[in-house]
Design a protein around this ligand. Structure first.
Ligand code: UDP
Ligand code: GLC
Ligand code: MN
Length: 339
């Protein structure tokens, strides 16, 4: 339908790369909806050109920043004040209904059925499930709602310093009012769920429709070898290696060639490399029978830390998900208990 659209946001070139991959993933799964990218003035010309090839509409918006360093520091994400810019999505009144998706999400199958839902539909946040996660949500553009949201920001601010705090404050009855506004978790699967509830991930992870690379380390923070399909780099957050490979496969095959065309002779750092730092080793099997590969770091990359230090770090929320606390190691430990 022409008056329905998927909307994303990128205030800089890094998130613009995410938006390119997201847009491509929606197109690859034959969405019938329009695609809109809101961008900040900082996004470079070559990135704008590529976005315009993927998105029906690329709209420059003012960057809104909460400036709320105190709350952002609690999330260890000082960079997220600019997510207030997301609120601009309510100004897209040429559309009657939209689905907002963070630029760090990736679509794994057609999700046009989300347009059957009403404002404000969203999936639970994995950290506090009585709040919704604002990485994927259904909304109806309206200048009236936009005005009220800005007023809410002025009067109450945001409890997390970003848009999610504002939106949960404004749509405060989400948790209890209407279950049809709770999107199934498979529409916004964040990797953190893998580590907090591994058996559920093994049972349902294969049904995921949208993966959300929530957290400080984004797919574009890594490097990738397109030949061997291996991702390298050390993450501070949890990101499932299989989904990372999906993201990079799409980025390297569809987005990089377009970027190279735009950059011409100018240097362009794609993030694709030839050398391999991590080896693909163990296999993760979803209960559906789908077999996925997951890389594990080579020994020399693993830090030497006592078991007690490791436990302390884990308890402080500083798990080394791509290293000693990797999915493979957790799985091995669970297996040893089961045996
Ligand atoms: N975003 C942006 N520029 C920034 C930070 C965030 O454009 O500097 C947008 C982007 O769409 C991003 C969303 O705001 O996906 C939310 O931020 P992020 O995904 O980093 O938050 P997380 O999901 O990790 O909490
Ligand atoms: C969350 C959401 C993200 C939002 C951020 C700041 O973790 O995933 O979309 O921008 O919090 O509120
Ligand atoms: Mn996100």
């Amino acid at each position: 339908m022409a008056d329905q659209a998927f909307v994303t946001l990128a205030t800089n070139d890094s998130y613009a790369r995410g938006a390119m991959v997201l847009g491509k993933s929606l197109l690859n799964h034959n969405t019938s909806k329009k695609l809109v990218a809101l961008i900040g003035p900082q996004v470079s010309e070559p990135c704008r050109s590529v976005l315009k090839r993927i998105y029906d509409e690329v709209k420059v918006v003012d960057v809104l920043d909460s400036g709320d360093t105190a709350h952002l520091a609690m999330m260890k994400r000082p960079d997220l004040g600019v997510t207030f810019t997301k609120l601009h999505c309510w100004t897209l009144t040429q559309y009657s209904k939209c689905v907002f998706m963070d630029a760090d999400t990736l679509v794994l199958s057609n999700i046009d059925e989300l347009f059957d839902r009403e404002e404000l539909s969203a999936a639970p946040d994995p950290g506090w499930p009585d709040c919704f996660n604002s990485g994927v949500f259904v909304f109806c553009p309206s200048m009236e709602t936009y005005g009220k949201l800005l007023q809410y920001c002025t009067e109450h601010g945001s409890f997390d310093g970003g848009d999610q705090g504002v939106l949960n404050g404004y749509f405060s009855n989400w948790a209890t009012a209407d279950i049809s506004k709770h999107l199934p978790f498979i529409y916004n699967l964040s990797s953190i769920a893998i580590y907090t509830y591994l058996p559920a991930f093994k049972k349902y992870g294969g049904n995921a429709k949208v993966v959300h690379f929530l957290g400080k380390t984004k797919p574009w923070s890594y490097t990738f070898d397109p030949k061997s399909k291996q991702v390298s780099g050390r993450a501070q957050d949890s990101t499932h290696p299989t989904f990372l490979v999906d993201w990079w496969t799409l980025y390297s095959s569809s987005v990089v060639p377009m970027m190279q065309e735009q950059y011409g002779d100018k240097p362009f750092v794609s993030g694709c490399v030839e050398s391999v730092k991590l080896q693909v080793s163990d296999e993760v099997t979803f209960e559906s029978g789908q077999v996925e590969s997951s890389p594990s770091p080579p020994q020399e990359l693993q830090p030497t830390m006592s078991s007690e230090e490791r436990k302390q770090k884990w308890e402080q929320g500083q798990a080394d998900y791509m290293g000693v606390d990797s999915f493979d190691n957790i799985q091995r430990k669970l297996d040893s208990f089961l045996k």
